[in-house]
Design a binder for this molecule. Structure first.
Ligand SMILES: Cc1cc2nc3c(=O)[nH]c(=O)nc-3n(C[C@H](O)[C@H](O)[C@H](O)COP(=O)(O)OP(=O)(O)OC[C@H]3O[C@@H](n4cnc5c(N)ncnc54)[C@H](O)[C@@H]3O)c2cc1C
Length: 452
C-alpha cells in the first residue's frame, strides 16, 4: 500500500481553499471504491483537514451515444458504490444533472474538490469548466490506468512498438495499490437531495434516456460482479489466454472491458491478480490490459480527431481515398449492416453477438470492422458506421478502446502492407483466414443460441 503517487495528481486551478466545510469527491470516471486513487486522495484530504467527505455523481441523461443498455449497467455499479460508501458512513449524492454543473453546485460547500480523470473530449471539457468556475481548489487524480498518461512523454505515440518500452520502464513503479484509509468523520447525517440507488431498476425506469437498445442480463454491472467473473477467468481462462484468445469459438477472454469502461474495476486490481496467478498467460494478458489499452488512452488524449476518419496516419487515409472508387463486389447500407443482413454468416454472427450480448469477441471485432471498410463505398462513411454501431450496442462502447479499435481497422497503430483493391495498403482480412484458423461453424452456432 502506498500514498497516491504524485504523477497521478494535477491541480486544475490555482484557487485557494474554499470556505465550505467538507471535502468533495466528484466521482465520474472511476465508479468504484476499490483501488480508487481519487477516492483515497479525497479521504486523506478530508481526514487531514478534519472535515467530512461527500461524494457526488452526476447522471447525464444526454451523455453522447448512451442508451438504456449503458445506463442499466452503470446504475448497477453505482448502486453498489453508494452502498459501500454508506458502510463507511459517507454520503454519496447522485443527481440527474450535467455532471460538471452538479459538481459545481456542491463545490460551493467545499473547501477542496477532487475529481477523477476520464480521457474523452467531453470529459476533459467538463473538468475544465468545473475547475474554471469552482471557488475552491480543484485537484484531479488519475486512477484508471497503470502508468499515468502524461508519464510517457506527453504526446501521441505512433504504435504499440513505440509506447511499449516506455510503459515497461515505468509500470513496476505504479503497480502498488493506494492506501485503503477510511474517513474519520462521517457524512451520512448531512442532508443533501439525491437519488437512492438501492433500487436501481426503478431509478433506470425514471430516467429520460434513449431506450432504443435494451439492457443485457448476461453481464451485470458492479465491482463485485467484475471480481467474480475475473476470478473465474483466472481459474479457467488465463492459462490458455496466450494461445487461444483469438479463437471466437472458445471465448477465452476476461469480459472485463465493460467494467473497465465504467471504472467499476481498476486495471491495477486486474494486473495485480493476474500477476499473482503466475500463469503462462499472464504476460499476454498484461500486454492487452496495459500496453494496448493505454495506447488507446494515449491516442484519445493527444489526438482530438480520434472520433473521425481524420485521426488516421497520412499513409492510411491517402491510400484509402485513392482506392475509394474501386469496384466492390458487395455493398450494404447502415440498416442492412445493423440488422446483420449480409451474405457473410460470420459477419452476421458477430453483429448479432454484439446486439444480443452487448459485446463482440475481440478477433471478430477486427474482422467486423475490416468488412465494413470493404462493403461501404465511402471510407469516411465506413468509419463512422463502424464507430456508431460499436458504440450503440457494445457495453464497453464509447471508450478510448472503441476509437482506437475502429481506427485500427482503417490503419491506425499499424503499418502499410502490400497494396490491394479497396484497402490499398491497409491490412486486409478475409473469411478464408477465419476458416483456416478456427472452428467458425462452432462460433456461428454458439451465437445462434444466444436468442435475440
Ligand atoms: C473494431 C474494434 C472495436 C473495438 N471496440 C472496443 C470497445 O468499444 N471497447 C473496448 O473496451 N475495446 C474495444 N476494442 C478492443 C478489444 O476488442 C476489446 O478491448 C476486447 O475485446 C475486450 O474484451 P475482454 O475484456 O474480454 O478482453 P480481454 O481479452 O480479456 O482483455 C483484457 C483487457 O485488455 C484490454 N484489451 C484487450 N484487447 C485489446 C485491444 N485489442 N486493444 C486495446 N485493449 C485491449 C481491454 O481493456 C480488455 O478488457 C475494439 C477492437 C476493435 C478491433
Amino acid at each position: 500500500m502506498v500514498e497516491v503517487q504524485p504523477e497521478r495528481v494535477l491541480h486544475l486551478n490555482d484557487r485557494e481553499a474554499g470556505k465550505g466545510d467538507l471535502v468533495l469527491y466528484w466521482m465520474q470516471a472511476s465508479q468504484r471504491t476499490l483501488h480508487n486513487h481519487a477516492l483515497q486522495f479525497a479521504v486523506s484530504m478530508a481526514n487531514g483537514q478534519k472535515l467530512p467527505l461527500v461524494v457526488f455523481f452526476g447522471i447525464d441523461e444526454d451523455y453522447p451515444q448512451a442508451n438504456e443498455r449503458h445506463f442499466k449497467f452503470m446504475l448497477e455499479g453505482l448502486s453498489e458504490v453508494q452502498n459501500e460508501l454508506e458502510r463507511i458512513d459517507t454520503r454519496m449524492v447522485v443527481r440527474r444533472v450535467e455532471p460538471w454543473k452538479g459538481a459545481l453546485a456542491l463545490s460551493r460547500e467545499a473547501r477542496i474538490a477532487v475529481c477523477d480523470k476520464g480521457y474523452l473530449k467531453h470529459q476533459r471539457d467538463w473538468r475544465r469548466r468545473f475547475a474554471g468556475e469552482a471557488e475552491c481548489t480543484v485537484v484531479e487524480v488519475e486512477s484508471d490506468v497503470i502508468v499515468p498518461v502524461g508519464c510517457t512523454g506527453g504526446k501521441e505515440r505512433y504504435s504499440a512498438a513505440v509506447l511499449r518500452p516506455k510503459i515497461h520502464a515505468l509500470m513496476d513503479g505504479f503497480m502498488m495499490p493506494p492506501d485503503n484509509v477510511r474517513p474519520t468523520l462521517g457524512s451520512l447525517d448531512l442532508s443533501f437531495e439525491g437519488l437512492d440507488l438501492a433500487d436501481s431498476v426503478s431509478v433506470l425506469k425514471g430516467l429520460w434516456i434513449d431506450r432504443s437498445v435494451h439492457g443485457v442480463d448476461r453481464l451485470e454491472g458492479g465491482t463485485y460482479n467484475a471480481l467474480q467473473r475475473f476470478r473465474g477467468f483466472l481459474r479457467s481462462g488465463l492459462d490458455l489466454y496466450g494461445i487461444e484468445r483469438n479463437d471466437p469459438s472458445r471465448g477465452i477472454q476476461s469480459d472485463m472491458a465493460p467494467y473497465l469502461h465504467f471504472g467499476q474495476i481498476s486495471p491495477l486490481t486486474l494486473a495485480l491478480e493476474a500477476n499473482e496467478a503466475g500463469s503462462p498467460g499472464t504476460e499476454a494478458f498484461l500486454e492487452e490490459l496495459i500496453v494496448r489499452r493505454e495506447l488507446a488512452v494515449n491516442f484519445v488524449s493527444y489526438n482530438d480527431r480520434y472520433d473521425t476518419f481524420e485521426c488516421l496516419p497520412r499513409w492510411a487515409s491517402d491510400t484509402l481515398m485513392t482506392h475509394s472508387m474501386d469496384l466492390r463486389k458487395y455493398t450494404y447500407d447502415r440498416k442492412e449492416l445493423e440488422e446483420g443482413r449480409t451474405h457473410d454468416p460470420y459477419w452476421n454472427a458477430a453483429q448479432k453477438e454484439m446486439v444480443v450480448r452487448g459485446k463482440m469477441h475481440n478477433y471478430m471485432r477486427m474482422y467486423w470492422g475490416k468488412k465494413i471498410l470493404e462493403w461501404v463505398e465511402d471510407p469516411r462513411e465506413a468509419f463512422s458506421t463502424a464507430l456508431d454501431l460499436n458504440n450503440k450496442y457494445s457495453l464497453d462502447g464509447r471508450d478510448p478502446n472503441s476509437y482506437a479499435g475502429v481506427a485500427w481497422c482503417f490503419g491506425k497503430h499499424d503499418r502499410p502492407w502490400s497494396e490491394r483493391p479497396i484497402f490499398g495498403k491497409v491490412r486486409y482480412m478475409n473469411d478464408k483466414g477465419l476458416k483456416r484458423k478456427f472452428d467458425m461453424e462452432a462460433y456461428v452456432s454458439k451465437v445462434s443460441m444466444m436468442g435475440g
